[in-house]
Design a protein around this ligand. Structure first.
Ligand SMILES: [Fe+2]
Ligand SMILES: [Fe+2]
Length: 210
């Protein structure tokens, strides 16, 4: 019972945090995603690879920000662990690993990165973009965990939802530590509004996680 209460209170607090997203995913997405689960798993594997690669790049490019290196080093291992587990789900189902797909969502987000400013400002931009991707992934994993029929995948996405929520918090907290808190909060609001616009204008596809 204690564990159930803990999970329930965790779900409530996550829901609150996730409410920062300005636009919920179109409910039709989860149905078409379930019909294309092979494509979703392949796209998902690449999302995990990009998450790990992105953390490695941040560590290498911002080696002089101690907290970034400390916080993101274990995140690389977690994201790579997720990649391995998605690959395992592909294998178990007899699906092949396909080539990387164009990630319109991330391309659009990257267009919003503010150039120039101090290194702390540049780093903040990357941290906020990563936080958004984690938050949206968390929301999508939650939809999958609630609505798809495959019991194993339901459990898998529930677990990943919790993990990505933790990463979302990691990125936001890092930004607030390395740069002015009020400026970070103001910029975060702009990013949230921009992400909602991006999502609104993206085609709903059953072969993409975002
Ligand atoms: Fe992940
Ligand atoms: Fe993540």
């Amino acid at each position: 019972m204690a564990i159930i209460r803990l999970i329930m209170s965790w779900e409530e607090s996550t829901k609150q945090k996730m409410l920062h997203l300005k636009l919920p995913t179109d409910p039709r997405w989860v149905n078409i995603a379930e019909m294309n689960i092979e494509d979703i798993l392949v796209d998902h594997a690449y999302c995990e690879q990009k998450a790990a690669s992105s953390c490695i790049s941040l560590i290498v490019n911002f080696y002089d920000f101690r907290e970034v290196v400390e916080v993101l080093t274990p995140v690389v291992a977690e994201e790579w662990g997720h990649f391995e587990r998605v690959m395992e789900h592909l294998k178990q189902r007899g699906y092949a690993f396909g080539k990387p797909r164009k990630d319109e969502y991330v391309i659009k987000l990257a267009e919003y990165l503010k150039k120039g400013g101090s290194r702390a400002q540049q780093l903040t931009e990357y941290l906020l973009m990563n936080a958004l991707i984690e938050a949206r992934s968390c929301e999508r994993f939650k939809l999958l965990s609630k609505h798809i029929a495959d019991e194993e995948l339901k459990k898998f996405y529930y677990e990943l939802m919790i993990s990505e929520a933790g990463h979302y918090v990691n990125f936001i907290e890092l930004a607030r530590k390395i740069y002015d808190m009020d400026k970070v909060n103001a910029r975060w609001k702009e990013w949230l509004a921009y992400e909602a616009e991006v999502l609104k204008n993206l085609e709903i596809r059953g072969d993409r996680m975002h």
